[in-house]
Ligand binder design. Sequence first.
Ligand code: IPE
Ligand code: IPE
Ligand code: MG
Length: 232
Amino acid sequence: MPEAPMNHLAIIMDGNGRYAKSLGHPRLWGHRKGAEAFERTIRLCAKYGVRVLTVYAFSTENWKRPEEEVSGLFSLMVEYCTKKLPTMVEAGIRIKFLGERTRLPQKVQDAVKLCEESTAAGDKVLVQIALNYGGRDDIVRAARAAMQDGIAPEELTEEKLSSYLDTAGVPDPDLILRTGGEARLSNFLLWQAAYSEMLVMPVYWPEFDEPHFLEAMEYFQKRDRRFGGLTK
Ligand code: IPE
Ligand code: IPE
Ligand code: MG
């Protein structure tokens, strides 16, 4: 079987809380370990030639969590963005954020902007971080923007609408991987997932490392992607 390249890997990084609990730590400790797994995964993408990595960091529904956890997550993101920025730039990583930004605290919006601007020239791996992201919200914001641009109903094609999504210009994910054992999308990349392969792994996100990454790559290589047609 010819090896289809995995250009775009998308990950629902789930299981930080359960991982922490299983070891008797607070949930935020789990999120911190999750951030380390994220960093490892970026390096693995660079090593194995995955050009785009999209990760689900905070959903439009995650605001329902206790204020302490939400603000802890944001502080962790700001800290991480600032501290790891030079390493990312050096490694040729380009960072882009997906999601609605105006609801984010100002310090997070500033960090988002700084990260995107400082890494704009990166050409090795594009890392898309979905933050205050919801697939439905993405589609609604795209439709609104198209209407605001005066796009006529008959002009609105799939390509046109795609060009208004947060992921405009980026190919759809080849594989959507969810750690933590649950088989649902939780509002992640609903439009873009149309023909993505899917894999659920029982491992908690903070435990994710090279063997799991390679397992996912191998799983992807074995898929017969028909896109609605017939096997060649
Ligand atoms: C995923 O881990 C990270 C975020 C949603 C921010 P969880 O925090 O959902 O961990 P579990 O699912 O409760 O174990
Ligand atoms: C999905 O995980 C969101 C992120 C990983 C950021 P959740 O833990 O929020 O999803 P549900 O609530 O189990 O569906
Ligand atoms: Mg979860």
